[in-house]
Every structure is written in structure tokens, then in C-alpha cells.
Design a protein around this ligand. Structure first.
Ligand code: 5GP
Length: 193
């Protein structure tokens, strides 16, 4: 296997999606696999852009058919899974592949993809107030939902040092954060491309 898989890890609202969107616009030769999820699309989300939005039955069929490299239940509600074919084909053809996953996805993938082909970048958010604001950016939610998300977010952050790199996303400084991620990626691929 020759390619490199960059996993962008970190809690919801930490800027993973923005980082990937910026990279996608600038580096059109990289592969950006589309994951599958059972959650409903949010306003403005288009099927086939970041996710394929599918039913639970279809998701289960894909599990049974062994089509996922990994899958997980996120925030104890919906399923999310990465396509084995998209990622493995990308890597075996020597490509740079980039995908955001939650920490469970990263934990599963690091058991499958050899270390030399995998680079993990954790997007860190510091401070509970900042975290809360970012969770609430996802839309209105009950106090119970906020508390549940806060708990899974803190669990996720506690595992940040499992990732090879950590990049802090300070409130209002996403441009600097994207630049830091880009620097890591270019440095990681300089000897192979
Ligand atoms: P959201 O619903 O906010 O788009 O995503 C919720 C969480 O699921 C985020 O942490 C996101 O990175 C993660 N996620 C997105 N795609 C995948 C995937 O294919 N597998 C896993 N394990 N997590 C994913």
C-alpha cells in the first residue's frame, strides 16, 4: 500500500468539516471519501457531498455485506460508517485520502491501516464554554441533549493524545487552524509526492 490516509478527528463543531472543505477546494487531486449515515440531513446538506444519507435498514445491509472499513454509533443515536472500498482503493492506488471521523472511527481504523499509511490529526478545542458554544452551533437542543453531547465530547477530548498531531482551533481563528493542518499534510507527503 502506498497512499496516505489523513484522519481528521475531534469533537463535533471543532472545525473538521471546514478543514476538509478548504482542502477539497485547494487540493483537487486528493480523495475525499463520502461516509454513510442514518441521521437526517441538516439544512443545506446535500446527499453525496459529505454523506450518503441512508435508512437504518440499508445501513444494516451494508454492515452485513462487510462494506464498511469501520462504523460507529455517534452521540448514542445515529450510525456513521466509512466505505471500505473508497478508502482501500484510494490507498492502494497511492493517493492522499482525507476523511473526518469520530474517535471511535479512528480507534477502529488504526487497527486496520498500517502506521506508515495513516496520519491522524486531532482538532482540539480548549475550555468548556467554547465547547458548549460549538455544540450549540449544530442547532437547538434540549438541556439533556446538550449534556449528553458535552459528555461524549469530553470523553473524545480525553483521547486526543492517541493522535499523531493535535491542532488547536481557537474561537475565531479557523484560518490559522486550517493553515496548521495544511502544513502537517504537506510535510507528511513531501517525500512521497
Ligand atoms: P455530524 O453529524 O456532526 O456530521 O457528525 C457527528 C460525528 O460523526 C462527527 O464527529 C463526525 O466527524 C463523525 N463522523 C463523520 N463521518 C464518520 C464516519 O464515517 N465514521 C465515524 N466513525 N464517524 C464519522
Amino acid at each position: 500500500m502506498q497512499g496516505k490516509l489523513f484522519l481528521i478527528v475531534g469533537p463535533s463543531g471543532s472545525g473538521k468539516g471546514t478543514v476538509i472543505k478548504k482542502m477539497k477546494a485547494k487540493y483537487i487531486g486528493f480523495i475525499y471519501p463520502i461516509s454513510y449515515t442514518t441521521r437526517d440531513p441538516r439544512e443545506g446538506e446535500v446527499d453525496g457531498d459529505v454523506y450518503h444519507f441512508i435508512s437504518r435498514d440499508k445501513f444494516q445491509e451494508m454492515i452485513d455485506a462487510g462494506e464498511f472499513l469501520e462504523y460507529a454509533t455517534v452521540h448514542e443515536t445515529d450510525f456513521y460508517g466509512t466505505s471500505k472500498k473508497d478508502i482501500m482503493d484510494g490507498l492502494s492506488q497511492g493517493n492522499v485520502v482525507m476523511r473526518e471521523v469520530d474517535i471511535q472511527g479512528f480507534n477502529s481504523i488504526k487497527e486496520i491501516i498500517p502506521e506508515e499509511n495513516l496520519v491522524s490529526i486531532f482538532m482540539k478545542v480548549v475550555g468548556e464554554e467554547d465547547l458548549k458554544k460549538r455544540i450549540l452551533m449544530r442547532g437547538e437542543m434540549s438541556d439533556a441533549e446538550l449534556a449528553r453531547r458535552m459528555e461524549s465530547t469530553l470523553k473524545e477530548i480525553a483521547q486526543a493524545d492517541k493522535c499523531k498531531y493535535q491542532v488547536e482551533n481557537k474561537w475565531g481563528e479557523i484560518t490559522a487552524c486550517v493553515a496548521n493542518v495544511e502544513k502537517i499534510i504537506l510535510d507528511e507527503i513531501k517525500d512521497i509526492y
